[in-house]
Design a protein around this ligand. Structure first.
Ligand SMILES: Nc1ncnc2c1ncn2[C@@H]1O[C@H](COP(=O)(O)OP(=O)(O)OP(=O)(O)O)[C@@H](O)[C@H]1O
Ligand SMILES: [Mg+2]
Length: 356
């Protein structure tokens, strides 16, 4: 059963979308079937993957308003193991349209139940608010990843977010964990960046990702080419940083994709007629029933074996680590599965088998 990670921080411009897109791409590059869900009406995550939000046939808006099944809204991307459910400008009105819905905070959670077994990871990009869309994401998620920009006022507003997480745990999702706080746009040359990083580590301790995302111009250029940084410049520090974040995420969540898939014991799956269950081993050759064959060009899976010291994030405290983002354990970006298939404008609909 895939792990659902919401990338949330109500503060604007801290790197939520950049993190959601590049973490999802890096997980997919490590051959973990991954779904990115863009729940921000700005749709930056959608366009960052080369999908034009104005032309998509269906989006997360249609899923939340109940007109399209979640599996029908998912599109294949340029990367063999990465799917995306796009956003749409209509989403601006969704919070109001959903107001009378029964259990309106649980709509996304219920929708996701139909597809989360197809993926090892589902990454949700949240809008910069704590409204109903973010509440839906936090209710659907197993954990929340909090990007924090290493700048002045970095911790401002985090109390509000932590309070919201507490309330969600109390009323909607008792199992919601903090996946980690991720330092973004770090510039090691600046004393301010170092001070903020130290402050965040002092405050959040072992909840802070060991990996740090440095400020890197390639990261900010990649979206305008409709690509994650990994496909835009695989050897950039941004690509390496996000591969390190993905490696840490994979290491900390082995149990989510090493369990035998539900149904292996004969338990019926909720969408069994359409579903090819991924095998229980960490290497899976197909992200969904819609991509029945693995890419013939896929090299041996680069997923790093968990080091002896690996552990569940919440199971044991992590010792503080140096801020070196490219330290040992970072997978070599040159080994990632680079896409070889072109994506038509507007993305490739699920069910449209790629021709490789
Ligand atoms: N590591 C980085 N290096 C350089 N630029 C970055 C980096 N991370 C993010 N940016 C840039 O910072 C800006 C804000 O990033 P992003 O859109 O990911 O933030 P956000 O939290 O999703 O914003 P919003 O709250 O509006 O949704 C973007 O222009 C992005 O390209
Ligand atoms: Mg964003």
């Amino acid at each position: 059963m895939g792990k659902v990670i919401a990338v949330a921080n109500q503060k604007g411009g801290v790197g939520k979308t950049t993190t959601a897109v590049n973490l999802a791409a890096s997980l997919a590059a490590s051959e973990h079937p991954t779904l990115l869900i863009d729940t921000d009406p700005q749709a930056n995550g959608t366009s960052s993957l080369g999908v034009e939000p104005r032309t998509v046939a269906s989006s997360i808006y249609d899923v939340l308003t109940g007109t399209v099944a979640v599996e029908d809204a998912a599109l294949h991307t340029e990367m063999p193991f990465l799917d995306v459910i796009p956003s749409h400008i209509n989403l601006v009105g969704a919070e109001i349209e959903m107001i009378d819905l029964f259990e309106r905070e649980r709509v996304l959670k219920k929708a996701l139940a139909r597809v989360r077994r197809r993926y090892h990871f589902v990454v949700i990009d949240c809008p910069p608010s704590l409204g109903l869309l973010t509440l839906n994401a936090l209710t659907a998620a197993d954990s929340v990843l909090i990007p924090v920009q290493t700048e002045y006022f970095a911790l401002e507003g985090l109390g509000q977010l932590l309070n919201t997480i507490k309330i969600v745990r109390q009323h909607l999702n008792p199992n919601l964990e903090i996946e980690g706080v991720l330092l973004t746009m770090f510039d090691g040359r600046l004393r301010l960046s170092n001070q903020v990083a130290a402050e965040v580590r002092r405050y959040f301790g072992d909840r802070v990702f060991e990996a740090v995302v440095q400020r890197n111009v390639r990261v900010s250029e990649a979206p305008s080419f409709g690509k994650p940084v990994l496909l835009y410049d695989a050897v950039s520090s941004g690509a390496r940083n996000y591969m390190a974040v993905a490696a840490e995420t994979i290491r900390n969540n082995q149990r989510f994709f090493q369990e035998p898939p539900e149904g292996a014991d004969g338990t019926p799956l909720d969408d069994a007629p359409h579903l090819q269950v991924p095998p229980p081993a960490p290497r899976v050759s197909t992200p969904s029933a819609a991509t029945p064959t693995a890419s013939p060009r896929a090299p041996a899976p680069p997923t790093p074996a968990p080091p002896a010291a690996s552990r569940e994030r919440d199971a044991a405290p992590r010792p503080p680590s140096p801020d070196a983002p490219d330290g040992d354990g970072t997978p070599d970006p040159s080994r990632v599965v680079l896409a070889s298939r072109a994506t038509p404008p507007g993305g490739r609909p699920h069910g449209d088998t790629p021709s490789a």
